[in-house]
Structures are given as C-alpha cells and as structure tokens.
Write a protein that binds this ligand. Sequence first.
Ligand code: PHE
Length: 359
Amino acid sequence: MDLERLNKRIAEVEAEVASSLPDVTTADALRTLDTAVLGKKGSLGSLLGNIRDYPGDQRGQVGQLVNKAKARIKATLDARLAELQSADIAAEQSQAESYDPTLPGIPKPMGSVHPVTAVQWDVERLFERLGFTVEAGPEMESEHNNFEALNIPATHPARDMQDTFFLVNKMVLRTHTSPVQHRSMKKFGAPLRVIAPGRCFRYETLDASHENTFHQIEGLMIDENISLPNLIALSQMLLREVMQRDVKLRVRPGYFPFVEPGIEIDMNCEICGGSGCPTCKNSGWVEILPAGMVHPKVLAAGNIDTEKYTGFAFGLGLTRLAMMKYGIRDIRVLNSGDLRPIVSPMRLGGPIIAGEGLS
Ligand code: PHE
C-alpha cells in the first residue's frame, strides 16, 4: 500500500467511525467499537501491522500517520463516552425528580387488640395497682389440679357440672382457671394476691352463648381477716374499671365445691339494658362472676394455715364480660377470626404475665 492509499484508508476509517457513532448509545457498545477500530486487529490498528511492507524511509511517516489518526479517533470516542455518561446521570436525575415524597402513603389495615385481650388488660391494670401478681397456668392440666385439689373428688357429682375434655395420663384440658389457685398457694404460700387469666375448655354444644374455648380470670386473695364484703367491694371495682362506670350488680347464692359460702355475682345485661334478650336468656342479668370464700379443704390442700388465714376466690367470665363491654351478641364471633377493630385505648407494652406458661 503506498502512502496515498494509506491516507485514503485512514480517511475511510475515520468516516466510518463518525457515521456509526450516533448509533452507539451505550458504554458497552462504545468499547466494542473501540476494539473493532483501534485494537491490534482493528480496521486502523491493523494498518500498523503492515509497516514492514513499506520501504525503510517511509516507515516513520506511516507510523506517524496511523498514530495521529488513532489519537483523533480515540478523542472522538472519549467525547462520545462522556456524552453517554452525562445522559445516564440526567436520566437518573429526572427519575429522582419524578418521585414526590409528599404523596400520601398506601394505607395499610391497622392491627387491633382482640376484645377479650383488651378486657383482660383492663382487669390486669386494676389488680396490679392493688398489689396482685398475674400468674399463668397450663391449659393442659392434671385431673388432680383441675378437680381433686379443688375439693372435687372423682365420685363427686360436681364433676358433671363441667363437661370435660379428658386427655391421656390423667390429664385434662382445664375446665376453669381455678387450678391456678392451687398452683399459686403451693408456689407462694400466704398471704397471697394473684389473678390468673387464661383459656379454658369445655365439651359444649356451640350456640350464641356457649363456646368450647373461652377465657376466665381467676382471682385469689388470702390473708388474715378476709371476708365476703372484701370480695363484693372488689367485684364492684372490677366491673367499674372495665365498663368505665358504675354497674348494677346482683348477688345470689351459688354452689361450687371449692368455696363456702359460694356466690354468683350477676351484672345487668348490657346488650338489652336489662329488659331481656337472647344473650341474657330474657332475665336481664348475666352471670359474670362466680365466687366465694375459699373452702378450708382447698386451703389445706395448698398448705395454707386454715387457723390463721381465710381467702376469697372468683372466676371472672372474661369472654362474657368482653361481650358485654363491646356489645357482642354471639360468643362464636370471638373465635372466628373476625378482624374488625374494637374501639378501646390500648395499653402500651401489652400484658404482663408471669408464671409457668404451658410447661
Ligand atoms: N371455677 C368456677 C367455674 O368455672 C368459677 C369459680 C371460681 C367459682 C372461683 C368460685 C370461685 O365454674
């Protein structure tokens, strides 16, 4: 190739680069073009490979021509690269500008506390102020703790009062929270103030007021000179705390083998206001707080000195109280996964439950 043809070839290559540049829109494509032109085997780079074909006195000139062309093309490619990079930054910027941080967020449904939990917290808050500790007992309980320790021997007709889910190995699903009375007496001795909220289970046919799974809060206070008026006064405080106003109560005798005397504390039905409805079985009253003075046999089974101490116990129908507070007519709603929120102030931090859990 003579010098004239070499010059022509260089001009051709530069023209090709110039015409293909507008189609190069990414840095990668630009690198490919760079190698295709300037690389050793590239359209320009390869021209240097033939330098030995030129007479010795022309070789310097050939080298200069090709290297200068190389530098020009390199500069063109670099300029294009800078162009592409600044376009990328501009695109990113305009994307960032299209984001408006003042737009309202996408609303998420709010979680809320189950009505039974909300009332449980109300009760816990009151009793913690009164110096009670909150205990938890296991839902799977021994027959002994659920019955015998509470003065209900196997042959006692009172066993029929509570339809029981019997498990293997003399265990049951606890039918009430009263076994925690026995557990707490053995654990702490007297004097004693505990409440024990928890789930209970009975083999019931479901209807608007019966569930096989429901919640109670057991209460137990043992000290010197405890008597029935203490219990009634406390019941009034309890219901006032939950309902946030004075509640009309009715006290009548009740029978439970683990208390003597036993009483039933009823509250005015909040669903119908006392005029009678299916929830209160048309009586205008709802059984909310079975209670009584702890039977000496139960104290003795818990190693409490019956000469020195007396105590009262109650088994608050937590599920029923939650229904009264929130006007829930059908108990089955509570275990149904209905997520409608209740309107109630929530206590920060949740409940404080000490004790042995489900072990
Ligand atoms: N455990 C009883 C029940 O569930 C209620 C109760 C508790 C009664 C404490 C008296 C004292 O039926």
